[in-house]
Ligand binder design. Structure first.
Ligand code: PHE
Length: 469
């Protein structure tokens, strides 16, 4: 059977933007920004998107388009080594863990969407006690049920294939998301007190950046990878369905810009609303979106309508990301074991359904995975993918980067190769180790030294194994 490809270049871009735009933009981004002091965090996060995110996207694209395979097959085929296949397998495992918590949050969104749609918003249990309502529904049997429905919707799209499922689905969802969010942002701006929200989100205080930037690196990097869907192999798999006639650097830039624009737009909805209602954005933690906004909608005249639109947008964004996560293990089973798409989707969804049940019943497990495990795995995954690109692929990566990108890219491509092989791995190793708390034990500069040492050794080893091959 021939492997499917995207019908159009726009289809690929929209699918990739659909993957990027998700709970990371609307749920995690405002919450992390609030927890880390607002605009100082935003600035560092933007810098990381440009300096690490775009080159990282290109790294996954180059591997995927070159190999036309899932992460395991791609790294194995391009290197001829089983060791590298394990790095691909790490991506497949990360995706499975990731979706098992993502789908639980997707279930919450689905529930709030339906509750708004049916007009429960202005009534008990929302009115007065949105926090109690969220606590009552977020973990337990009902959370399990909504998680399973959300996962079922995701599987239904993925089972229809690359063109008729993912491409068509995201082509319909993305414009709806942007239009609705823009409308909501305008509306949110008309609320009393919106200005305080803008100020918190956008005003920029150089002294807090100078004082805190080192502490903000790890959380900002984690958020940048999460929101750009980097480190698990989503972008690798999506690029594996590409034809040759694309400019990867142009696509990566477009995707990062659109994703950031939607993230900022979501902030322009969420922050003015929270401030206009006097909800402290940092206080709610992961539940802030649900508690703060559902509470807000309950008190507004047109609350049910606004709530339906808002949670509808978030639901679409979550779905278009969830399908991209599910596609990683599905592509693995289809490519490597020649399973039909239907069987592969069934098998993978079964495993993720069980993982999600555990997360939906155990808030401590959920918190651990959402807060720690996912960031660590994505950072480690991207670090290894980029070492592979820089040192194992080397000149092959440069050649693939330039294919379809025009004659002027020679300099850019070689610069990119060294950047993804040296500076970015050191940076990722640093954030990985500080994220794990190593800096508290041995000090920051020692962590930097370890990160440099790891990268240099890896570069030397992989560079040699390529020359030998
Ligand atoms: N980017 C997605 C979001 O922001 C999450 C995601 C992470 C998707 C990793 C795929 C891979 O919601």
């Amino acid at each position: 059977m021939t492997r499917e490809t995207w019908a159009t270049r726009l289809g690929f871009i929209l699918a990739a933007v659909g993957s990027a735009v998700g709970l990371g933009n609307v749920w995690r981004f405002p919450w992390m920004t609030a927890q880390n002091g607002g605009s100082a965090f935003l600035l560092i996060y933007l810098a990381i998107v440009i300096l690490v995110g775009v080159p990282g996207l290109l790294g996954e694209f180059v591997i995927g388009r070159r190999a036309k395979r899932n992460p395991v097959g791609a790294l194995r085929d391009l290197s001829g080594s089983r060791g590298w296949a394990l790095v691909g397998a790490l991506g497949v495992a990360t995706a499975t863990v990731l979706l098992s918590f993502y789908s639980v949050v997707g279930g919450w969104i689905l529930r709030y969407f339906l509750e708004s749609l049916y007009g429960f918003v202005g009534t008990a249990p929302y009115a007065g006690e949105p926090g109690a309502h969220f606590s009552a529904i977020s973990f337990g049997p009902e959370a399990v049920a909504f998680h399973l429905v959300f996962l079922g919707l995701t599987a239904a799209i993925v089972v229809s294939g690359v063109r008729r499922g993912i491409e068509l689905g995201t082509k319909l969802m993305m414009p709806a998301i942007v239009v609705l969010l823009a409308g909501l942002a305008v509306w949110a701006g008309t609320q009393d007190g919106a200005l305080a929200g803008y100020e918190f989100f956008l005003s920029f205080d150089a002294s807090t950046v100078r004082a805190n930037w080192l502490d903000l690196l790890a959380p900002a990097a984690g958020q940048a990878l999460f929101t750009l869907s980097l480190g698990a192999g989503t972008m690798l798999v999506y690029a594996s369905y590409l034809g040759e006639d694309q400019s990867l650097p142009a696509d990566a830039t477009t995707i990062a810009v659109l994703n950031t624009a939607v993230g900022v737009l979501a902030g322009l909805v969420v922050f003015p609303l929270l401030f206009s209602l006097g909800v402290e954005p940092g206080s709610g933690g992961p539940g802030a979106l649900f508690v703060g906004l559902a509470g807000a909608f309950a008190t507004l005249p047109a609350g049910a309508l606004i709530g339906t639109l808002f949670f509808g947008v978030v639901l679409l964004a979550a779905l278009s990301s969830a399908i991209s996560i599910l596609e990683i293990p599905v592509a693995f089973l289809v490519d490597e074991f020649a399973l039909s798409r239907r069987t592969a989707v069934g098998a993978v969804s079964g495993v993720i359904a069980l993982g999600g049940v555990a997360n939906a019943l155990q808030s401590s497990l959920f918190g651990f995975i959402a807060g720690q495990v996912v960031d660590t795995l994505l950072t480690l995954g991207l670090l290894l993918f980029l070492l592979f690109v820089g040192w194992q692929l080397g000149p092959v990566a440069v050649e693939e980067f330039r294919k379809g990108a025009g004659a002027t890219t020679a300099r850019l491509a070689t610069t990119w190769r060294y950047f993804v092989g040296t500076v970015i791995p050191v940076f990722l190793a640093f954030t990985l180790l500080t994220g794990l708390g190593l800096d508290g034990m041995i000090g920051r500069w020692a962590v930097v030294a370890v990160a440099v040492a790891v990268t240099v050794v890896a570069a030397a080893v992989f560079n040699r194994s390529r020359t030998a091959a």
